[in-house]
Design a protein around this ligand. Structure first.
Ligand code: CP
Length: 311
């Protein structure tokens, strides 16, 4: 695999899920595959799970890991032809080529502005690395996609599926801040590739990008959507239509134990307790959130394995 910036980069999702589950049983079976290979991880934004699980995955494969919080480096310029006499000190064109001298794989986390829809949808940061770096690029959450999380969620659903075709519901939940669309988008694209009955539920005004939701059913009545669900995936996102705005904080959309019933509960974390979901759900046996966090390692490891096998 030459890059992993979207779940669509995986040609056979179900095979990759099976391989990740096998890897989980023996994480060190390829511990020399990455010998003398270096993963450079660049963080434009905060992270707990992605940072630790991706480093762990790389180390399980025998790779070296270097991490740079980009705010500690020079301010990067992304526009071409700019007269750089203001705040930016180094052009991405130079930086990406330089980092490629030290890295065999470059992993990037760069969130959206949530102000400039066109800029966010153009994926300026990750696409600049794809354009100027000479090594494969791994997306650790970009403006519009979080494909390592999507793969993680697919692995977790397969591990916990007890019926032939489970019903999976992605439910918008309240939040005090404007959050990106990346987790929701990648979860939708992942479920569209799986053999599940998939439904999205969100308030009016919160439909995600129609090019991504496509033919997936969107129901604005949460309790109708949740009926007979096997998996409930909670996630907040800011409005796509009124781009980046918080237009609803209705606490009636919070996931409660009563709403969940016997379904399994999923969330990518971090989660605001008793805003997005009540304690009684997170602290119950129905919650898969810690298993999801564990599976982040094996999602990253199978993706890194496929990338370094093709170096
Ligand atoms: N789920 C997730 O990406 O977590 P972090 O933001 O902590 O990396």
């Amino acid at each position: 695999m030459k890059k992993y910036t979207n779940i669509k980069d995986l040609k056979n999702l179900s095979k990759v899920i099976d391989e990740a589950i096998q890897l989980k049983k023996n994480p060190f079976q390829f511990e020399t595959l990455g010998k003398h290979k270096t993963l450079v991880m660049l963080f434009f934004n905060s992270s707990l799970r992605t940072r630790l699980s991706t480093e762990k995955a790389a180390r399980n494969l025998g790779m070296h890991v270097m991490i740079l919080n980009v705010n500690d480096a020079w301010n990067l310029e992304f526009e071409n032809g700019t007269i750089m006499n203001l705040k930016t000190s180094e052009h991405i064109k130079d930086a990406a080529q330089v980092i490629s001298q030290y890295a065999d794989v470059i992993a990037v986390r760069a969130f959206p502005t949530l102000i400039d829809k066109e800029k966010d949808e153009n994926e300026l940061v990750i696409n600049s690395f794809l354009k100027y770096a000479s090594v494969p690029i791994l997306n650790m959450e970009s403006s519009t996609r979080h494909p390592l999380q999507g793969l993680t969620d697919a692995i977790t659903i397969v591990e916990h599926t007890k019926v032939e075709k489970p019903k999976v519901v992605l439910s918008w939940t309240p939040h005090i801040k404007a959050l990106p669309h990346a987790v929701g988008n990648s979860f939708i694209e992942t479920m569209q590739k799986m053999d599940v009955e998939f439904v999205i539920t969100n308030p009016e005004g919160y439909n995600l990008n129609p090019e991504i939701t496509k033919n997936t059913s969107i129901i604005h009545n949460q309790s109708a959507a949740l009926k007979d669900a096997d998996f409930v995936y909670a996630k907040n996102w800011s409005s796509y239509e009124e781009y980046g705005k918080v237009i609803n904080q209705d606490s009636n959309w919070m996931i409660t134990k009563e709403k969940l019933g016997s379904a399994k509960f999923m969330h990518c974390l971090p989660v605001r307790r008793n805003v997005v979901v009540e304690d009684a759900v997170l602290d119950s046996d129905n919650s898969l959130v810690i298993e999801q966090a564990n599976n982040r390692t094996f999602a990253a490891q199978i993706v890194l394995k496929k990338i370094i096998e093709n170096l």
